[in-house]
Design a protein around this ligand. Structure first.
Ligand code: OAD
Length: 398
């Protein structure tokens, strides 16, 4: 995974899909950076901004020679790695300092679901951005990835992979396509039904407050729940479309043909490969691949203009998706609905602050529990309980 992390996409200066759990790129230079180092470096940056900014290499050398990082060599190494990815060391240090954000006035009356509901009603929220992950589909019967025991990555023994994430690795797929195709077969849309959490997101759209739903899920259940295509960004792709790998210009392949081939097993996908002169892949984003254009076109403005961010059912360890949390407008409340805390500011720049003592958190809430329960609780607090029930019953009746 480290290899994928370091591989820069050809077209953009953004990172391609990468797991950042082992060494969270999001931790940048962590908050353990001593204050004296930070203040000196930020002062250096301020001075430099009057004239020419010294190159990354010069700054790294000066930092090393200054001895400021003595005993913290790992930090220097991280700065070097970031510099190799095009992040200037002074910017990285500045970001880590900004992580020590000055406390602001609280934007919520209380740091719970009721507080979020009151905020939504009082501020007439119109631009809610939702970010979601595998946790919203587990109650539909689809396993998530990283929950120990039940998660997909703990249950791939039959494929004999040295690392579970290899199943979504582009280079691995090119050399051994069978495990990925097998997995597609298991997860092919149509087998599962949307959950209460999906219908809650649909309800946000019906109420006219949903700006966008960014999903990492490849099950297309957001669309199945009735969300409009323009409201959904499938950040990690899905199985709605397929193409011939590395075809320029892109050659799409009818998804029904692909489904039939995959369900026919190795014979089927080998025949498809022959017919199209290359491997055919459903458009799921793999590690080492760039995210869809739509993600890059919309994310910046959506997050800057959001008035509430709701993050549901994700461990927030895959970049660049996870980084969206830190891009939300600084005064926009952020609600995490998840069984475990994820994306906190100890793990990432501008991460959640709900775990900090009162005063250091002015906008973040963690609902510790199930995605469906959290969404139900928020709907009830908003007085939308019956509407949510109606959506679910209508879907059941279909
Ligand atoms: P993960 O499996 O990493 O995280 C799921 C999170 O949801 C965990 O924090 C769980 O504790 C939580 N969770 C699971 N079920 C829940 C429930 N019913 N209620 C509340 N919380 C629950 O899944 P993602 O974060 O979505 O990449 O994973 C991100 C990406 O990693 C995926 O998109 C996938 C994978 O490699 C691709 O498919 C390309």
């Amino acid at each position: 995974m480290q290899r994928a992390l370091l591989r820069l996409p050809r077209r953009r200066r953004f990172w391609s899909l990468a797991v950042c759990a082992a060494w969270p790129a999001s931790s940048w230079v962590p908050s353990l950076a001593p204050r004296r180092v930070l203040s000196r470096c930020v002062a250096a940056k301020a001075e430099a901004s009057d004239g020419e900014v010294p190159s990354a290499e010069v700054v790294l050398q000066q930092l090393e020679e200054s001895g400021l990082f003595e005993g913290q060599e790992e930090m220097l190494l991280r700065l070097r790695m970031l510099a190799a990815q095009g992040v200037h060391p002074l910017d990285a240090l500045r970001a880590s300092r900004l992580q020590e954000e000055e406390p602001r006035d609280a934007v919520l009356e209380s740091f719970d679901i009721e507080g979020v509901a009151k905020y939504m009603q009082a501020s007439k929220c119109k631009n809610v951005v939702v970010m979601c992950g595998a946790g919203i589909s587990t109650s539909a019967g689809i396993p998530d990835f990283r929950t120990p025991g039940s998660g997909l990555y703990d249950n791939l023994q039959r494929y004999n992979l040295s690392q579970p994430e290899l199943i979504f690795d582009l280079a691995f797929f090119q050399s051994q396509p069978a495990p990925f195709y097998e997995l597609c077969k298991e997860l092919w849309p149509g087998t599962y039904r949307p959950t209460r959490a999906h219908y809650f997101i649909r309800l946000l759209e019906e109420k006219g407050v949903l700006r966008r739903c960014y999903t990492q899920n490849i099950d297309s259940l957001e669309r199945q729940a009735g969300l409009s295509p323009e409201k959904v960004v499938a950040a990690h792709g899905n199985m709605d479309e397929a193409h011939v790998l590395d075809s320029v210009p892109e050659r799409k392949v009818d998804i029904e043909d692909v489904r039939r081939a995959i369900f026919a097993g190795e014979e089927g996908w080998q025949a498809l490969r022959q017919a199209h002169g290359g491997l055919v892949k459903p458009k799921i984003v793999m590690f080492g691949e760039d995210l869809p254009d739509r993600f890059w076109e919309l994310q910046q403005q959506d997050l800057q203009e959001c008035d509430l961010l709701i993050v549901i059912g994700t461990s927030l360890v895959v970049e660049p998706f996870a980084g969206l949390v830190g891009k939300a407008a600084p005064d926009a409340p952020r609600l995490l609905i998840n069984r475990e805390p994820a994306g906190t500011c100890e793990q990432r720049v501008f991460g959640f602050r709900f775990q900090l003592p009162e005063g250091d958190n002015w906008r973040d809430v963690w609902f510790e529990g199930g995605c469906d329960e959290g969404c139900h609780a928020l709907a009830a607090a908003l007085g939308w309980g019956e509407d949510l029930q109606r959506l679910e019953s209508e879907a059941e009746a279909e």
